[in-house]
Design a protein around this ligand. Sequence first.
Ligand SMILES: *[C@@H]1O[C@H](CO)[C@@H](O)[C@H](O)[C@H]1NC(C)=O
Ligand SMILES: *[C@@H]1O[C@H](CO)[C@@H](O)[C@H](O)[C@H]1NC(C)=O
Ligand SMILES: *[C@@H]1O[C@H](CO)[C@@H](O)[C@H](O)[C@H]1NC(C)=O
Ligand SMILES: *[C@@H]1O[C@H](CO)[C@@H](O)[C@H](O)[C@H]1NC(C)=O
Ligand SMILES: *[C@@H]1O[C@H](CO)[C@@H](O)[C@H](O)[C@H]1NC(C)=O
Length: 440
Amino acid sequence: MAVHVSRIFSVLFMASVMVFILSWEHLPKSISWADFSGMYRHRGENISYHSRVSFWEVSSTAGLTTKAETTESTKAAEASKRAKNETPMPVLYKKSFKMLPRWDFEDVYNQDAPPRPTTCEQSLRNSKDESFRKAFLPNIRLFLHKDNINMSEWNRLSHFNNPFGFMEYKYNDVMASVKLIPKPEEPLLLRPKPGGDGCVRCAVVGAAGILNGSKMGAEIDAHDYVFRMNGAVIEGYEDDVGSRTSVYVHTAYSMYASLDYFKKYGYKGAPHDEGIKYVMIPEGLRDFQWLEGLLKGEKIPYEGRFHNIEPRTYYSGQYNESRFYVLHQDFLRYVRNRFLQTPHLNTSAWPIVRPTNGAFALFLALHTCDVVSAYGFMTDDYKKYSNYYFEKAVKTNVHFYVNHDYLMEKDVWKDLHNSKVIRLYQRTEPQTEKEKPKQR
Ligand SMILES: *[C@@H]1O[C@H](CO)[C@@H](O)[C@H](O)[C@H]1NC(C)=O
Ligand SMILES: *[C@@H]1O[C@H](CO)[C@@H](O)[C@H](O)[C@H]1NC(C)=O
Ligand SMILES: *[C@@H]1O[C@H](CO)[C@@H](O)[C@H](O)[C@H]1NC(C)=O
Ligand SMILES: *[C@@H]1O[C@H](CO)[C@@H](O)[C@H](O)[C@H]1NC(C)=O
Ligand SMILES: *[C@@H]1O[C@H](CO)[C@@H](O)[C@H](O)[C@H]1NC(C)=O
């Protein structure tokens, strides 16, 4: 599951450690957060974190949510009064925070109109698992587009680091492209197949080595929709991983770098099934530059790695504005906060710590499908398999990069499986009992 292309983050991590060492002594002793944004208070640093399992127990933070919501609605009234002349708040810098800052509106998210009513009895929306039900927001806002952002949204989201918000970014650098993102024609992303039982059945396919020799291809392809992400090498591996792709999740960097990194395994470009939906994780500033080029159908004029490349050429001829989606910062933050908390957020590496693209893809499926099966995600016995399923010839080891907490994610997949929210493809029974007493 480790993303080969993220080796760069090890370098970034070292660089950021240096930055911290260099910059800390120059920081003012205390910053008045109330004045900083003009709207919100910083929640202080003694916020209770939750362990992986208990974090689902959002009831323990229910008081907090209510308080935050109340604060939010008062502030919202205030904000809309001032909306006309509102301006971008002063830029916040990551280096001003020793660990992930927690705001009193941290766990407040935009939600959309109630989702499609499901007639699917087995839908995960009807899950009996109490902690999952409490954490799960069925109508969390999934997609960012030009009509759901405005100045107060900009200011709210500027408190969160990328990809969870716009901290450290300048308004014009980001909004130039956000203002081009069309409102999706199909806001639900997926619909039940006509003539079926009303259930949307999805397979989400990661690249973990466990799929090598699995012969899961036919089973995967039998789902209504198949999600894939990153370097989804398919040709030559169909027996194990299937051949269809309905939803392809990517960042600008994964799109760009996969071509290089996975060429030797036969990867020729992004999946391009007819009618495929492309979903982008807006990871950082370069993703907004990519978006601008993509949506305008032009080359990227900005200096940097993507200079002069034409994003549309990366979509294997299937780019179509009406099937292109950008994940919303609130959705990404919600996934991290409610399901994938890690102690790494409490370290100076916090600005680069985030769930994997595979994790975001799986949670996208949880919010757009009724029945979800995950294949090629990390399992307890990961040491038996190569890093990627396409590393067939030589057994490789799973790479761990500091920006992701793979072992925590692995445990969450197992928990979701055990609580029957998803079905996780595993080859051997997990040896959990001795490891961690179950709280549910
Ligand atoms: C945070 O810590 C301070 C001092 O240790 C304490 O007075 C305050 O009640 C704590 N706040 C919360 C929300 O726990
Ligand atoms: C700004 O956008 C948010 C989220 O879409 C919305 O809830 C809010 O009402 C908007 N505010 C104004 C002043 O238009
Ligand atoms: C884009 O996709 C939509 C929906 O699938 C389709 O109706 C339309 O014809 C496509 N446009 C082009 C140019 O292929
Ligand atoms: C994060 O740090 C706070 C103290 O600042 C601590 O109370 C909390 O347990 C830590 N969380 C994790 C997951 O390590
Ligand atoms: C991949 O699977 C094949 C067929 O089961 C097996 O022969 C091979 O050793 C596996 N490769 C690795 C690296 O595990």
